[in-house]
Design a protein around this ligand. Structure first.
Ligand code: SAH
Ligand code: SF4
Length: 375
């Protein structure tokens, strides 16, 4: 059953046509949905219209399973989507084939994180249930991809969390980063539709410039995204200064070289004039710098110099489930020396704080811990 949140305003108007409802109904419904008001509570609609919507569409917002609040105010939500039926968002895999027939009992867990900054509140959303990219350091990819989220399901994360955090005195979600579970460009069409929905002027209307999309580096998709000509910020998870090292931690690096990736980043800049951000998580392996020695900082700077790019460093968030972890975060001294060397090599670079790291902070960790506890 199609989710009501998947509809653009124009599509909603089409859907309502057979009902001969007054023209303003579509606007009323769209606005209320984008305020995060559940269909049953849109009380300025006639009751029979609410019932009709509920009978014909999946009107569910995700359910909140847990909320963790960190010492620094970061809120991490574990959300559950109940699968209503065998929808077109499903991935064709043998794993999913086994689930045919009882999909209505399936619950998909995703997480999203709300970070408050002085300029607003940033929501980190998930774009897939799990992820198939298999990066070694990441909890989201540990059990592979379960399914893509639809555009409406990604949107509903934003609408729900925005409503819960909006008060007369405080704005809710002002910025969005696509940095939760999932590889956004591996769910390309749904993510593009999500971007159109979330920036719709008569909806929640978040400015594209306040949205960042992070990718592990699907080069052809980055080029395609550049062609869409949005003002969304592009972040590229680089994490290594050469192909050999990158291939050890990111399987996608075997498909696309760093040279191709940087070319695609430059193309993104040419098309959009938005500065590209390279994300780089600092890691030690077996107690020695894996990607965070000073000479690697210079190697990194050489790659991304010469066009408006910025390097965002973060310390690896160690995976709680991995007791024998070979990858660990570096000391503050090593991290600072790395950052200094990047800056001295002429590249803009900052260090991101590991916000919320007392609450399963990194991508996919809360979901994974929950799944393991449930057996
Ligand atoms: N799939 C996309 C977006 C989600 S991950 C991507 O990979 O870019 C968001 C960011 O968190 C990425 O840069 C990712 O590499 C990084 N990340 C994942 N697990 C991490 C960990 N344990 N410690 C530090 N950064 C991590
Ligand atoms: Fe997927 Fe990104 Fe995690 Fe890699 S880092 S497994 S691409 S979510």
């Amino acid at each position: 059953m199609k989710s009501i949140y998947d509809f653009s305003f124009d599509e909603l108007k089409e859907v309502l046509k057979p009902l001969n409802a007054p023209r303003f109904r579509a606007e009323q419904i769209f606005t209320a949905l984008h305020q995060g008001i559940p269909v049953a509570e849109i009380t300025n609609l006639p009751k029979d219209l609410r019932v009709w919507l509920a009978q014909n569409f999946n009107c569910n917002l995700p359910e909140i399973v847990t909320v963790q609040t960190s010492r620094d105010g970061t809120k991490k939500y574990l959300l559950a989507y109940k699968r209503v039926e065998n929808g077109d968002s499903k991935v064709n895999s043998t794993q999913n084939a086994e689930n045919q027939g009882n999909v209505e009992h399936q619950t998909d867990l995703i997480e999203c994180v709300l970070l408050s900054q002085n300029y607003g509140n940033t929501l980190c959303v998930s774009t897939q249930v799990g992820c198939r990219m298999g990066c070694r350091f990441c909890a989201s990819g540990k059990n592979g991809l379960v399914r893509n989220l639809t555009a409406g399901e990604i949107l509903a994360e934003v609408l729900l969390i925005n409503r819960l955090n909006t008060t007369p005195a405080a704005r809710g979600v002002t910025n969005i980063v696509l940095m939760g579970s999932g590889e956004p460009l591996d769910n390309y069409d749904n993510v593009m539709k999500f971007l159109r929905l979330v920036t719709a002027p008569n909806g929640i209307n978040i400015s594209a410039r306040n949205i960042s999309l992070s990718t592990s580096g699907l080069v052809p998709r980055i080029r395609q995204f550049a062609e869409e000509n949005t003002q969304v910020n592009l972040c590229i998870s680089l994490h290594a200064p050469n192909d050999e090292l990158r291939q050890q931690i990111m399987p996608v690096a075997k498909r696309y070289s760093i040279a191709e990736l940087v070319d695609a980043a430059k193309y993104y800049f040419e098309k959009t004039h938005r500065r590209v951000i390279f994300e780089y998580s600092l890691m030690m392996k077996d107690g020695v710098p894996f990607n965070c020695a000073v000479k690697q900082a210079r190697e990194l700077a050489n790659l991304v110099r010469g066009f408006p790019a910025h390097v965002n460093l973060i310390n690896l968030n160690p995976l709680h489930f991995d007791a024998n972890a070979v990858l660990t975060p570096p000391t503050r001294e090593i991290a600072m020396a790395f950052m200094d060397a990047v800056i001295k090599s002429g590249v803009s670079c900052t260090m991101r704080k590991n916000k919320g790291d007392d609450i399963d902070g990194a991508c996919g960790q809360l979901r994974l811990r929950h799944m393991e506890q449930q057996g």
